[in-house]
Design a protein around this ligand. Structure first.
Ligand code: ZN
Ligand code: ZN
Length: 704
């Protein structure tokens, strides 16, 4: 035998094999081949060794055959494995070979193939062992048809493995993943012996099936059974369950247990703990954990960034992102989408482009979630062109990408594009979601497409199985109101199958203001005062309606009421970016060092627009005595920002302003005139939408 092996011919071009072979000249060829199989890592080497085994007729030796199977598994070459397996004679395959194949097929998400080979194996007279069952039970889970799992359950019983904790845990996991927690619990209860894995399987199962209280209950029982046995899986699952169940009290107790056992500082546990505090709104606890923790991974950073986002602290969300980069953590899709979300909310275009550069370098630009966030970021920062470019460059776009670009067009007032894109999306077979319809319906309402609006609204349930929410009903109310059909809008609200909320009534109140409908306006305002007594916007709208109808005393009364219950109009603020710096202006702002020039510019602007036929719309000047009304309008923050922009930006450059409230009618008129007089594009992003002013016209069509 030995002589035969030592004369084995070498396969030509086996450079890798040769070099290895020459380095170890005294090894027995069998041992040598086997050690090669164990130390190789690439599929190229695997094929080289494979051909050597074929030439030397050694493939029928089960241990070499199994190791070659393992090597292909390590290289992820599932097709090669199948080829090798099918071409090999049955006598070289033992239970290890079959199990190795089934495990690999399961791992590469080919559950039906795995089940087929399991049946082959049984037919060829090889008995499954507990590893085989554990692998094939995972395959059953992946088929998503519980019938396979149930059949396997009876086979486990037949082969007498129901006392094997390893197999039965896999069985519990299978039932949990198939959403049958009753069966999972039954199998668990009947287990003669349980270990931590079986307990964790139950806790994770409850968590995945959103049965948070049961997950917590099982954790409590486990605590009573054996305190020291808890591991990372038990802790992180129970923290997640507490976060979702809103059971902060128990979560804090478990935090105490983790401290006692000294495991809280393990990254995995610490992350789920921070996540729990974040979801329960305890921002300070998240920050404390973050600063105390030594080991931070990308998830730790993401939780911190998300906590800032959750608290609307977008500046610090961005700062954390850059700090994460400086500390050497590699961002993932969640980090990128949170930081882009923050840039979008800050309208920080420059910072957004810096992050875009990072994304290109890291290769995440192909990631659909990141691409969608980029689209939204560019759109919200005012650059629809860049948003479109990202959209065009993205391959295999999903509903999130489509919805992002559709919403972008909607915010920028391109209602026609919204409908076109939506139809194109349907033609490409993408199923719209809840949010897509909000954009589509509001586009219809902005362009007065009453019939189309109703058509899409009705298609939501009938065609797409999506139940309309308050946002959609508010769009329809807006649609009817714009068309002047206020009575029909009111009837529509009264017939809604869900209780109308403030957004729906608010749409009608805006309509009453725009159509100066005093009677309905008063009635709707009263409903809104009930629904959201603290929202100053409703009082202001009612004041506007009363003023327009000449009822100045009643308007004053509403203002007094507003003051007496302590509702204050949020002070207006406008931001403008000049050369990578952001300047903020409030009403009557005189804090800027160029205040003198700014106010001179405002005077000049006033003269110029008056020549063009501007008349002050004094109804927008509230809380001011009659004779000062016109003057006070000229101190609105967006006008001050505009004057500063005109002073500081080069001629012809677009002016981008962001406002924290809805922009008023008078400022809107002045912006229109200014865009014509100075031949500049002016972009104002207010709380609701974008206004693109060019040549004296606004993209919103004067309806916002
Ligand atoms: Zn204004
Ligand atoms: Zn506008």
């Amino acid at each position: 035998m030995k002589a035969v092996y030592s004369k084995l011919p070498l396969h030509p071009n086996l450079s890798f094999f040769k070099s290895h072979y020459h380095q170890t000249p005294f090894l027995h060829p069998l041992t040598s081949l086997n050690s090669l199989l164990n130390c190789s890592r690439t599929s190229k080497h695997a094929t080289q060794i494979h051909s050597q085994l074929i030439t030397t007729a050694l493939l029928s030796l089960p241990f070499l055959f199994n190791n070659l199977l393992n090597l292909y598994a390590k290289c992820g070459s599932v097709d090669q494995t199948l080829l090798l397996f099918s071409s090999a004679p049955d006598d070289s395959k033992n239970v290890v070979s079959w199990t190795s194949l089934i495990t690999q097929l399961t791992r590469f998400k080919r559950p039906f193939k795995a089940l087929t080979f399991f049946n082959h194996m049984r037919r060829s007279g090889v008995y499954p062992n507990h590893y085989t069952f554990s692998a094939v039970l995972s395959a059953c889970t992946d088929t998503t048809a519980s019938v396979h799992g149930e059949q396997m359950h009876s086979l486990v019983w037949k082969h007498g493995f129901l006392a094997e904790v390893f197999v039965v845990s896999a069985l519990v996991d299978m039932y949990a993943k198939c959403c049958d927690m009753l069966m999972a619990e039954k199998v668990f209860e009947e287990m003669p012996v349980r270990n931590l894995v079986s307990w964790n399987t139950m806790i994770v199962g409850f968590l995945q099936n959103k049965l948070y209280d049961q997950a917590i209950f099982f954790f409590k029982t486990l605590l009573l059974e054996n305190l020291t046995a808890l591991d990372e899986v038990s802790f992180s699952s129970v923290f997640s369950a507490c976060a979702n169940a809103g059971n902060l009290e128990f979560g804090k107790q478990v935090h105490g247990v983790a401290l006692k056992l000294g495991v809280w500082n393990l990254v995995y546990i610490n992350n789920s703990l921070s996540d729990m505090y974040g979801k329960c709104g305890l921002f300070n606890d998240v920050a404390k954990l973050f600063s105390n923790t030594g080991a931070r991974d990308v998830v730790t950073w993401n939780i911190m960034i998300m906590a800032y986002v959750y608290n609307h602290n977008y500046e610090d969300a961005c700062n954390s992102f850059w700090m994460m980069r400086r500390k050497g953590s590699i961002p993932d899709e969640a980090s990128y989408s949170s930081v882009l979300h923050s840039c979008a909310n800050l309208a920080a275009l420059y910072q957004g482009t810096l992050i875009h550069n990072q994304i290109i370098r890291s290769g995440f630009v192909k990631n659909l979630r990141v691409a969608s966030s980029l689209i939204t970021m560019y759109a919200k920062c005012g650059s629809l062109v860049d948003a479109f470019q990202i959209f065009e460059e993205t391959e295999d776009r999903n509903v999130v990408c489509w919805t992002a670009i559709i919403a972008a067009c909607q915010q920028h007032g391109h209602a026609n594009w919204v409908v076109e894109l939506f139809e194109q999306m349907l033609r490409e077979g993408i199923k719209p979601d809840y949010i897509t319809f909000v954009s589509v319906l509001s586009a219809c309402s902005h362009t007065g497409r009453v019939e189309e609006g109703f058509f899409y609204f009705n298609s939501m349930i009938k065609v797409h199985g999506i139940y309309p929410g308050h946002e959609h009903y508010a769009c329809i109310v807006d649609l009817l109101s714009r068309a002047g059909e206020l009575d029909r809008a009111k009837r529509f609200i009264e017939l809604m199958p869900i209780k109308p909320d403030a957004s729906v009534w608010g749409a009608l109140l805006s309509a009453c203001r725009n159509h100066s409908n005093l009677i309905m306006g008063k009635e709707v305002a009263l409903k809104l005062f009930d629904l959201e007594p603290d929202n100053p916007g409703n009082y202001v709208l009612l004041c506007n309606i009363l003023t327009r109808n000449g009822m100045l005393n009643e308007a004053d009364e509403v203002r007094r009421k507003m003051e007496s219950i302590g509702v204050r109009k949020e002070p207006g603020c406008s931001w403008i970016d000049i050369k990578n710096s952001t300047y903020v202006f409030t009403v009557h702002d005189k804090s800027h060092e160029k205040t003198k020039e700014i106010y001179e510019m405002l005077e000049k602007l006033k003269e110029l627009v008056k020549k063009k036929g501007y008349v002050a719309e004094t109804e927008f000047a509230i809380n001011t005595a009659e004779e000062y009304k016109e003057q006070s309008l000229w101190y609105h923050s967006e006008k001050i920002a505009l004057a500063f922009g005109l002073l500081s930006l080069p001629a012809g450059a677009p002016i981008r302003i962001k406002k924290n409230l809805r922009t008023c009618g008078d400022c809107h008129t002045v912006m229109k005139f200014a865009s014509e007089i100075f031949a500049r594009e002016i972009i104002v992003r207010d709380i609701n939408r974008f206004h693109h002013f060019t040549n004296g016209i606004c993209s919103c069509g004067d309806y916002w």
